[in-house]
Ligand binder design. Structure first.
Ligand code: EPZ
Length: 420
């Protein structure tokens, strides 16, 4: 079992380059199942979730080659219909994109659903509603979702809840369906637009991605090609908050500043300096600068991302005054608060709201990463804490951050991974 050992107190200084977006990669990789030809995907992050999807695609019969420069080549032509193996699929929640992709390619899909969730219930009723609008019958039985139809035919879907996963999954099922599909109340996250751009680059006809209404005209086939994934909004945001929290000065490169606006604007409201350039942002905060407490509400894009909530709460935990954080996407995303309290934070959680009284400093302690972004929050907490923090359960962090400790170390953090 690995742990991170962090001696806090060093301000982060220098430059960091952001990797490709996890939540785009985990959708674009399964999308290659729909393509008649070879796809070369560039800027794919080297993270566990990506390796797992590549293994799943291989187990289904696709040829997958990972190259040293971060590109992945996939040829799924030889694929024949199979159910996705539970040992692999069960490890990863984003494996639900296989349903849309398999349904689009074979008119049927059988995918084991992962079990319980770190963030609260994770229903897939909106995904099912979408597949059914395209003519598929779906059923969840014994932990497996089955979807099947003679022929997919475009249809209209109004999502009851703005869901990233449902929006992308319906897009995957609809690109090769006969006729037109309209998704209303669609999610607008950057990775939705990235998936649409990838599919369009391979010959699909998708309009409106990034708005509430996505229109998809079915095409008869997709062709191979080269596509580069967008930079990771949340990895960039994590380094932005870490730079501010450690009172550092960091140039965060390979980002799309527009995707970071909700994060930048909250940091600016607190008094942090954020400068935007074409494809980088610089975040700096002097040691003696008094920061302001704020209110943060997580919302679907372009609102403040739920995936930045733990990292932001850590910064607010050492910001004098009372801050309020309300979580409006997931039922249970404050599990990390108990770990943070063990480091001296003063936070009260009531349902989906956390009231944070800023303390002068945190103190190092052994803590656990309770999920991926909570793990990122614990790392930031450790970087600012007095003394030594040991962070356990790193498999969460490894799922979604490429070389996190190496990147922080290059910025001057005293951070080491130790195998026990
Ligand atoms: C994606 O999850 C991300 N995961 C999550 O990131 C992120 O937190 C979330 O979007 C919100 O931005 C991936 O992209 C792989 P949703 P997703 O469907 O698609 C409810 C991370 O740390 N809902 O937008 O599964 C659901 O319960 C991860 O990188 C239904 O009720 O999220 C939730 O309350 C964690 N029925 C809300 O909608 C459904 O059918 C939003 O979920 C689907 C969702």
């Amino acid at each position: 079992m690995d742990k991170l050992v962090i001696h806090g107190g060093n301000p982060l200084m220098g430059e960091v380059c952001i990797s490709g977006a996890k939540n785009a990669a985990v959708a674009v990789l399964p999308a290659t199942l729909l393509v008649d030809g070879t796809c070369r995907l560039e800027n794919i992050p080297k993270i566990k979730d990506v390796l797992l999807i590549c293994d799943i695609l291989r187990s289904l019969g696709a040829k997958v080659t990972l190259e040293d420069d971060g590109a992945v080549e996939i040829d799924a032509l030889a694929l024949t219909y199979k159910s996705a193996p539970y040992e692999l699929v069960g490890k990863m929640r984003a494996s639900y994109y296989l349903i849309g992709a398999m349904l689009g390619r074979f008119n049927k899909a059988e995918v084991a659903m992962p079990g319980g969730c770190d963030l609260g219930p994770r229903p897939i009723d909106q995904h099912q509603k979408g597949f059914e609008a395209l003519g598929a019958k779906t059923v969840v039985e014994n932990g497996v979702i089955y979807a099947e139809t003679e022929k997919l035919v475009g249809g209209n879907v109004y999502l009851d809840i703005v869901s990233v996963g449902a929006t992308m999954n319906i897009m995957l099922a609809a690109v090769l369906a006969q006729g037109n599909t309209v998704i209303e109340n669609a999610a607008k996250e950057p990775h939705i637009v990235d998936l649409a751009n990838f599919l369009n680059a391979m010959g699909a006809n998708i309009k409106g991605a990034g708005t509430d209404i996505i229109k998809i005209k079915g095409v008869s086939k997709l062709h191979g090609g080269v596509y580069s994934i967008i930079p990771d909004q949340i990895e960039a945001g994590t380094f932005m908050v870490a730079a501010a929290a450690t009172r550092g000065d960091v140039l965060i490169k390979n980002v799309i500043p527009k995707h970071l606006e909700s994060i930048s604007s909250k940091l600016i409201e607190m008094g942090v300096t954020v400068e935007e350039f074409d494809d980088s942002v610089r975040v700096s905060c002097g040691k003696d600068k008094k920061l302001n407490p704020i209110s943060v509400k997580t919302l679907p894009y372009p609102g403040f991302p739920t995936d930045m909530q733990p990292q932001m709460s850590v910064l607010l935990s050492v910001t004098k005054g009372t801050s309020m954080v309300s979580e409006n996407v997931w039922d249970s995303r404050f599990q990390y608060v108990d770990e943070l309290k063990r480091m001296g934070a003063d936070i009260k959680v009531e349902g989906r709201v956390a009231v944070i009284e800023g303390v002068d400093t945190l103190s190092g302690a052994p803590v656990r990463s309770t999920d991926l972004r909570a793990g990122a929050g614990m790392v930031i907490a450790a970087l600012i804490a007095k003394g030594t923090t040991e962070i356990y359960a790193l498999h969460h962090i490894d799922r979604g951050y490429e070389n996190m400790e190496g990147k922080f170390r290059a910025l001057g953090a005293d951070i080491e991974r130790v195998s026990e």
